[in-house]
Design a protein. Structure first.
Ligand code: HEM
Length: 403
């Protein structure tokens, strides 16, 4: 992973070059949704975003065309495997069991559920990964990374073969291949983030129209990365979405050494004894409660549970100590294993919201309290009153008609 982290593939210039792909795929999604809704109807926005973001990570990450954004019925093999692995009602039950197995050691002796589906998806991903790496290496041998080879894998392969890195830093082919499935999975988490942003906008119509006004102020359908980043209200809406509904709700770490963790505020035990630190033994599993930190009233104030993009005009001093790589939030975590794709994801989400919110109006399709989230680290949306619906986010979508 060293080389991935040192690699320029996730830097600002690379993401700027990928914005064309984000815009093109967003426009394709807009046109498909437009045909699907006619004058307005309920659609599963999450399902379409999932397909779109898979297409994006395929093309932007690996110069690979998933063609997931096809009319219903013409599905892609790997996309099918992903759906069964991560989004079906059965996979949700399997995920809960796997989560319990991770947290309660004795349960790990039970056979992991859904193993066949996991193995099938993994095999498909590894086969594609091998082919992608071979193609990318062949392209680079013949001509180097050209304008059309701006995908992250080509950049990685080029930098991996460069004379500027030391021998011990080079990844073997097997190591590069092992990274690719992680990217397929991690690289399309923008679907959850964008779906919950649209959910938040559907239940806050005044925020939705204020955002649409700002987005309409740009006289183009194909904004550059710098233009997208120049829209302050869009930035605030995304920050507020990522605060209130972080797609990754928690993470786990294991202490590698005995340690003592100092506390910013002391706590008392039941005998009234005060402690200003916690002793942690080597091997202790620690849960990092991302969602809880983002909704903590002692940090964000009494309205911490409310969706209020304006709070970003003036964030509380207490938020400045949250470990973070972006916006005083733990959405992309912090430290050596923070999310490598966070800049990629933010521009992708901006491009999708820019395109969809200018074209459509979004209203809730089910009561607000029927929208729930899977209990796994990645909190994908579902409808609690439709237990057989798998992951979904239904909304009533209508064409936005300028008056
Ligand atoms: C809104 C979208 C996203 C969110 C919320 C998100 C969040 C996260 C979080 C919390 C982690 C740390 C997990 C842990 O260590 O426990 C992580 C890791 C990672 N993310 Fe993302 N991510 C997003 C999008 C992306 C995209 C678009 C890519 C790739 C293009 C990506 C690639 C990765 C990779 C490779 C790692 C592993 C990094 C490492 O272990 O060193 N992510 N992500």
């Amino acid at each position: 992973m060293v080389i991935l982290l040192q690699n320029p593939a996730f830097g600002v210039p690379q993401i700027r070059a990928l914005t064309e792909i984000f815009n093109r795929k967003s426009a394709q999604l807009r046109d498909i949704m437009s045909r699907e809704i006619g004058e307005g109807s309920r659609i599963d926005v999450f399902g379409w975003l999932r397909k779109m973001t898979l297409d994006v990570i395929g093309e932007a990450g690996f110069n690979y065309k998933f063609n997931a954004l096809q009319p219903e019925g013409q599905t892609n093999d790997l996309e099918d495997a992903f759906t069964r692995l991560m989004h079906s009602p059965q996979s949700q039950r399997h995920n809960v069991t796997r989560l319990l197995q991770a947290e309660i050691p004795i349960l790990a002796f039970l056979p992991a559920p859904g193993r066949k589906v996991v193995e099938e998806a993994r095999e498909k991903m590894v086969n594609i990964a091998k082919k992608l790496l071979a193609d990318s290496q062949a392209d680079i041998k013949t001509g180097g990374v050209s304008g059309t080879q701006r995908d992250l894998l080509s950049l990685l392969v080029q930098s991996n073969t460069s004379n500027n890195i030391q021998e011990h830093q080079r990844l073997s082919d097997a190591e590069v291949i092992a990274q690719i499935p992680t990217f397929f999975v991690a690289g399309h988490e923008s679907d959850t983030a964008t779906a919950v942003a649209l959910h938040a906008l559907s239940i806050h119509p005044s925020v939705q129209s204020k955002l649409r006004d700002e987005l309409s102020s740009l006289a183009t359908d194909e904004p550059t990365m710098d233009e997208l980043n120049s829209l302050p209200y869009l930035e605030k809406v995304i920050r507020e979405t990522m605060r209130l509904y972080p797609p990754v709700g928690f993470s786990m770490r294991e202490a590698m050494e005995n340690d003592v963790l100092p506390l910013s505020k002391p706590y008392f035990d039941r005998y009234g004894k005060t402690y200003d630190s916690i002793t942690i033994r080597k091997g202790t599993a620690i849960r990092i409660p991302i969602s809880a930190v983002h909704r903590d009233k002692t940090i964000w104030g009494a309205d911490a549970a409310d969706f209020r993009p304006e709070r970003w005009d003036n964030i509380p001093e207490a938020a400045s100590v949250i470990p973070s790589v972006w916006a005083n939030l733990m959405t992309f975590l912090a430290g050596p294993h923070n999310c490598i794709g966070f800049r990629f994801s933010l521009v992708e989400i901006k491009s999708i919201l820019f395109t969809l919110v200018r074209a459509f109006e979004f209203e809730p399709a089910v009561p607000e309290d029927a929208i729930g989230f899977s209990p796994t680290p990645v909190r994908r949306p579902k409808v609690t009153t439709e237990p057989n619906g798998g992951n979904q986010l239904p909304l009533i979508v209508r064409p936005f008609l300028k008056t």
